[in-house]
Design a protein around this ligand. Sequence first.
Ligand code: FES
Length: 130
Amino acid sequence: MWTVLDPGAPGPSLSRPTVRGAQRLPTPSTHARWFPKTPAKSVVALKTPIKVDLVAGKTYRWCVCGRSKKQPFCDGSHFFQHTGLSPLKFKAQKTGTVVLCTCKATQRPPYCDGTHRSEQVQKAEVGSPL
Ligand code: FES
């Protein structure tokens, strides 16, 4: 059986309750929350580089944010932690072993350039920005 709803009848409210006279605080839009204008800083994932075997022609995503649990590669943590950062995509030029940065301070990403040996990196806490 069909029930005719009275459009004027009180129903459940879908909006947030407000106190009369109270100012409503601005709510950041969903887009602004997921894609912040100012990206977060990268954090030190580890203080030593990782040797990995790459396959020529294959594309890899190197973790830029330092929050990935699959270092040195991206596991999507940059997105789920709303960092505003993106992984670095690169294609291996040849098959072989390379040394990839995990301190996120290299000047030659994704490759280690020895910056992890600096006092600044060695004194930093793992998981904190430089
Ligand atoms: S691990 Fe980052 S420069 Fe070596």
